[in-house]
Structure formats: structure tokens, C-alpha cells
Write a protein that binds this ligand. Sequence first.
Ligand SMILES: C[S@@+](CC[C@H](N)C(=O)[O-])C[C@H]1O[C@@H](n2cnc3c(N)ncnc32)[C@H](O)[C@@H]1O
Length: 309
Amino acid sequence: MDAARYLVRPERWEGLPLPWGEVFGREAPLAVEIGFGNGEFLAEASVRQRDWNWVGFETSLTCVAKAGRKLALAGARHVRLALVDGRFGLRELFPDESVHQVFLHFPCPWPKRSHADRRVVEPGFVQTLAAVLVPGGGFRLVTDVFSYAEEAGEHLRGAGFRVEGPAELPEGGPGSRYEAKWRRQGRPIWALQAARGPKGSTLRIAEGAMPHVRIGRSIALEDGRRVVGLKEAWPGGAFVVKEAYGSPDGRVVLLRAFATDGGFEQQYFITVVPDGEGALVKLDGATVPFRTPAVKRSVAAVGAALEGR
Ligand SMILES: C[S@@+](CC[C@H](N)C(=O)[O-])C[C@H]1O[C@@H](n2cnc3c(N)ncnc32)[C@H](O)[C@@H]1O
């Protein structure tokens, strides 16, 4: 699969934010695209501007595969794709003042109020932008939804960005699938350009260290089944243990868990393996999640529950 050449798995790195110079094998200005879809813009822009390092975020695996093919066909080299929510990725994977430009083209508008937390541009995202962009660094939004662009402009101005637009873009958008689709339908396209003003700050929550808990007794599948349903919720997040599985020899227990940190959701496995007279509770290597507070709390809580505390 072509995408494998471009894929970066940031959750597997010990140290976050990522050392992008090491990831790319060279230091260069960083550009980020959130929601790259089938990758038309990334393929074209990264070949046109070869002296930049390009990072794309997507939540759809199909898009990652399609974009990988486009990038390979275009001969793109300095691009990395991450299957990660771009709001989380931008905040957690880039140090302050390290990104030159962020692009967002035709984000899903999520017009219903009850879905507002799924929109990419919201005050938390703007705070992240103000922290990770270099002084004067830019954010470009292109959308067919005028109200989305207008609201984005308000958030950005509120955070001290210099904003131009939204202005109608009669031609010359990102050249992406959605641009082509909306232009075929005759919809107006809107562009908004913002440049960072004062530096912002943001709270990063993911850390590199793998949490683990040692417990003083051996564990069987029955013990694992007893922690199914274990859950905690607090203002910043929550976790729940969903299912328990055992290895054929009964020595290893696997727990499927779900965690959310401020709306960033992850599914993963916690494994309980024999360790001398006792057992070790840790994240399973097959589904390494970002080590967020909710993930770490889930491992600690499973350890405590199995220990009988
Ligand atoms: C309407 S499509 C636009 C795709 C592409 N930019 C284009 O112009 O053709 C929106 C894309 O954003 C992706 N997406 C939605 N929310 C995202 C998020 N939080 N982080 C990264 N990608 C996201 C979706 O999977 C989808 O591919």
C-alpha cells in the first residue's frame, strides 16, 4: 500500500511533540493540512513547494489509502500522513511556534448545534493555532459554507489573528474533490486567510511513557470478566472497560477499553500478563493509543480493581 510510505504513527513515539526534523530526515518549514480527503491538494502543493515538510491529518482510513496513491503518483517525498483527529494532532504533535501554515479545505460543517463539538474550527482549535503557528504564521480555510467561514473569522479575530475574508473565491481553490464537486453544482466558494497575532498557549495532555501497574497475584479470565463495565467519568474525560478475552492457555487476559479526553476518543486493549508470582497490567502493543489522562487512569483503575483494592 502506497500510504505506508507516507504514514507516520505518532502514538508509537515515546516523545511528544514529535521531532519532525527526525521524522522527515531534514529540517524545513512545516505546513499542515487537516482533513486532506483524497489528497489532491497535498500531492500538488508538496510537489510545488518541495522545500517545505508537509503533514496531513485524516480520520478516514480510506482517505489515507487514496491519498497515499495520489502522493506516490505525484512523486511527493516530503509528506507524512497521520490517521489522527487533526485538532488533537495539531495540539499534541507540534511544539509551540513550529508550524508555518495550516490548511483546512471544505471541513464537514456539522450545522446542527448538537454536533457543534465535531467542527474543526472552535475556540480550542484557535487557541492551538495561536500556540503552534510561528509568529505571523497562517491559517487558510476554504469552504462552501459561508456561516462556517464567518464564525471561524470571529473566533480567530477574538484570539488576535489578522483576518481577511471570508471572500468569494471564483477560482483557484485547493483543487480538491470537494472543490470540484461544489463548483459543478454552482455553489459559491469562500476563502478566509488569517495570520497569527499574539502567541497563544495550549495545554497538551499526551505523554510518551507507557503506563503499567504491577499486581501481587496471578490473574485468570474470570478476574478479567469482573472488570468489564468498570468506568470512571470526570469533567475532562472518561473511560470504560468493554470486554474481556483470554488466551487459550488462560495465562493472558485482554481487555477492550474505550477512553475519551475532551472529546478525543480512543479504543485500545489493556493486557494482563503473568509477571513472576503476580501480573503486569499494561497497554497492549497491537493497539497503542496516545497516553492521555483517560488512558492512564484506565490502566491504573484496572490494576487496582484486579488487585482487589
Ligand atoms: C468534506 S471532506 C473534504 C476533503 C478534502 N479536504 C477536499 O476538499 O476534498 C472533509 C474531510 O475531513 C475529514 N475530517 C473530518 N473531521 C476531521 C478531523 N477532526 N481531523 C482530520 N480529518 C477530519 C473527513 O474524514 C473528510 O475526509
